[in-house]
Each structure stands twice: as structure tokens, then as C-alpha cells.
Design a protein around this ligand. Structure first.
Ligand SMILES: Cc1cc2nc3c(=O)[nH]c(=O)nc-3n(C[C@H](O)[C@H](O)[C@H](O)COP(=O)(O)O)c2cc1C
Ligand SMILES: O=C(O)C(=O)c1ccccc1
Length: 369
């Protein structure tokens, strides 16, 4: 896509993750920045997510004609030009007034899926209207009142979304000390209500019209189990991915239960502190899945060479989280596009230098641990 060739190195836009984080901190309020940046508990997993990438070394191949790297990826019958997608991040008006409209437009300009959160600041229909037929997936948080969840799935399907991503690691909120310290809850402040207040099935459940209280009553769902997933499968023809799988046994169950894809993720270290670094969970999950369904990855991707490592460990595609919302905070749609352009360009350079001319040759790339 043309966008990648348009990067201007003269514009002084932050390039590294560290610079992105520093600039985002300057433009975001303390509560909002703390909410995005922090991890759960003592932030062991948040740190591990990053540090663990350095344990894997690429063993490159030479003399393989890598002049025109093709990094397009085929998933669920669709081809996307880059294996770098936008992870579901809730409540993006925290970063920018245009929120998800800006991020989704940026994803559209690269032809990559925008994964919209249930708790987005703009609704399914608003985002669909802003981006037309560009690829969009819908991330589902289950509702205690189940029909409200199914209603959102139906709306996503009717709006042309291409997949449902059910997040399974957030049946309750992680222990987040930064938010406790800042007494900050964007959900309570109403940043995540767009899909709820526009949903007739959800709205009909409210007794007193208090949308935020209704969300709080619905979003945490500790009884979530494989039975719910069987019911979800009956409600939609879209591919269903489970996000937040770390254990190979859960990956095996997902395949057995007819799930269409997995996202290996620990929610960016925001849920259970002390869990395995997501990149360390990836290899064993891929081994268990044996290519039967796509395996995607997020949590800790900070640069193109991280993308290459995740792909080498068997991921079909990766999702960016914090890097792109920092870009959103700094520069709206343009900021997200800058971040994406840098990731894609570094990924291409890294793959070429590793001797990989296309993702089909990925299996030949060796990582040493
Ligand atoms: C501010 C913020 C909000 C998030 N909101 C959601 C969400 O609504 N749904 C979801 O499935 N994951 C959510 N996530 C998790 C991301 O989808 C992704 O797993 C995580 O950001 C990956 O870690 P990284 O950003 O460190 O790379 C959120 C993450 C952040 C940082
Ligand atoms: O903050 C998060 O990571 C997140 O996923 C979430 C979950 C529920 C409500 C708001 C955000």
C-alpha cells in the first residue's frame, strides 16, 4: 500500500515505543495515561512481556533474493496486505476526540483489520459508516444479560464486520494499582458506552435509564464457560476467535469445540499479574494447534523485529495495542498511520534481512533461545 512509502522522517513524529510513550504522557491526563500504560498487580507480566522478546535471537539466512517482500496474509478466506492488525482497545475518546473513528480510518488506509472493542467510544454503526467496506472485526465482552451480547454480534454482522473476537481473560477486571491510586475508571466516566446506549436489547433491560450502571452490571462475567461459546456459535456465521489463550490445553479445547482462531495474549499484562510472557506461550500453543486454525498474537509487540519473532514462532498475524493508542493520543488518525507505517516498514526490512521473502517462507526462519 502506498502509505508505507509516504513516511516522512523529517516530521519529528516519535519513532521508538519509548518516545511514543513519553509524548503520549504529555498530551494525556494522568488518569488516562496511567490507565493505558500500567499493568496489573506488581507489573511482573507487563515487564516480562517486553523482556522476553530478547531471549529469542533470529538466525538469518543470506543470498535468497528478498527484493520484493510479500507480507500479505490470508485468514478466513480474506487476504490482508500486512500481518499487523489493531488490537481491541476500549474507550478511545480517552486518547483523542475522534477515538475509534480515527484508528479505524487509519487501519482502513492500510487495508488491515480494525478490531473494535465492545466498550468503544463510538458504536459499531458509527465506525462502519466512517470506514465503509474496510476490514473490521468485533471484540465481544459477554453480557450477563446474554441477549445483549448476541444483539451486538448481530449488529456487527449486519454492519459487515468479518469476525467475532471473544475475549476470555477478562471475566473480571485485573487488580490495577495505578487506577486505584488515581481513582480512575473510564467505564464509570462513560467513555465506553456507545455500543450499549445504541443497543435496543440492552436498553430494554434498564430500569432507571442508567446506562453506565447497566454496563457495570453486565460486563463482568465470572461464570463464562465453554457452554456460552457453544451458544455464541449458534448465533453467528462469522468466524469466532478466542482472545486471551495462554495454555496449550485451552488451545486444544478451542480447536475441538470448533473455534475458528486463537489470539495468544495476556491482555498486555493488565489482567492476572505473574502469568507467562505472551511470547513464551506462543510456541507451545502453535505446537498444539498444528496449523488447524490460525493463531494470532499480542502483548509486548514494540517494533518490527518483534513482529518477525512472533511470526517465526508460528503466529499468523500480530495485533498492536499500546503503540497505536499512543499514536492516536499524539496525532489522531495521522498518528496511528505513522505508527503503523513504521511497524510495517521495520517488519519488511527485518524479514528481508533475515532472508525471508514472503510469509510462506516463514517456517524456514530459525529462532535460537
Ligand atoms: C488501554 C487499553 C484498553 C484495552 N481494552 C481492551 C478491550 O476493550 N478489549 C480487549 O479484548 N482487550 C483490550 N485491551 C488489551 C489489548 O487488546 C491487547 O491485548 C494489549 O494491549 C496487548 O498488549 P500491548 O499493548 O502491551 O502490546 C486493552 C489494552 C489497553 C492498553
Ligand atoms: O482495560 C482493559 O484492558 C479492558 O479490557 C477493559 C475491560 C472492561 C471494561 C473496560 C476496559
Amino acid at each position: 500500500m502506498a502509505k508505507v512509502e509516504n513516511i516522512s522522517f523529517a516530521e519529528n513524529f516519535p519513532i521508538s515505543f519509548k518516545e511514543l510513550e513519553e509524548e503520549a504522557e504529555k498530551v494525556m491526563g494522568a488518569g488516562g495515561f496511567g490507565y493505558v500504560q500500567s499493568g496489573a498487580g506488581g507489573e511482573e507480566t507487563l515487564k516480562k512481556n517486553i523482556e522476553s522478546f530478547a531471549k529469542y535471537s533470529i538466525v538469518p539466512r543470506m543470498l535468497r533474493d528478498v527484493s520484493v517482500p510479500d507480507i500479505s496474509v490470508n485468514l478466513f478466506g480474506k487476504t490482508y496486505p500486512y500481518p499487523v492488525f489493531l488490537a481491541p482497545i476500549g474507550m478511545q475518546r480517552l486518547e483523542h476526540s475522534e477515538g475509534e473513528l480515527a484508528s479505524a480510518r487509519a487501519a482502513a488506509s492500510f487495508g488491515i483489520p480494525f478490531i473494535q472493542s465492545t466498550v468503544s467510544s463510538y458504536s459499531i454503526e458509527e465506525i462502519a459508516n466512517a470506514t465503509g467496506t474496510s476490514p473490521k472485526w468485533f471484540q465481544l465482552y459477554w453480557s450477563n444479560y446474554e441477549d445483549a451480547a448476541f444483539s451486538m454480534v448481530r449488529r456487527a454482522e449486519e454492519s459487515g464486520y468479518e469476525a467475532i473476537v471473544l475475549t476470555v481473560d477478562t471475566v473480571m477486571m485485573g487488580w490495577r494499582e495505578a487506577d486505584l491510586r488515581n481513582n480512575f475508571s473510564p467505564l464509570k466516566l462513560g467513555y465506553g458506552k456507545a455500543n450499549y446506549e445504541s443497543d435496543p436489547v440492552f436498553m430494554a433491560t434498564l430500569h432507571d435509564g442508567d446506562v453506565v450502571q447497566g454496563i457495570l452490571d453486565n460486563i463482568h462475567h465470572p461464570t463464562l464457560s465453554w457452554e456460552h461459546i457453544a451458544r455464541l456459535k449458534e448465533k453467528t456465521n462469522l468466524p469466532i476467535l478466542l482472545k486471551g489463550i495462554l495454555h496449550p490445553e485451552d488451545a486444544r479445547l478451542a480447536v475441538e469445540k470448533g473455534i475458528d482462531g486463537i489470539i495468544v495474549s495476556n491482555h498486555g499484562g493488565r489482567q492476572l499479574d505473574g502469568v507467562i510472557a505472551a511470547i513464551d506461550a506462543l510456541g507451545p500453543v502453535v505446537k498444539e494447534v498444528k496449523g488447524r486454525i490460525p493463531v494470532l498474537f499480542d502483548s509486548g509487540i514494540r517494533r518490527g523485529s518483534d513482529v518477525v519473532k512472533a511470526l517465526a514462532l508460528g503466529a499468523d498475524a500480530v495485533c498492536l495495542g499500546r503503540p497505536y493508542v499512543y499514536g492516536l493520543a499524539i496525532g489522531g488518525q495521522n498518528g496511528v498511520e505513522k505508527v503503523l507505517a513504521n511497524f510495517i516498514e521495520e517488519t519488511k526490512v527485518s524479514l528481508s534481512l533475515a532472508g525471508v521473502g514472503s510469509l510462506k517462507e516463514m517456517a524456514s526462519l530459525k529462532l535460537l533461545r
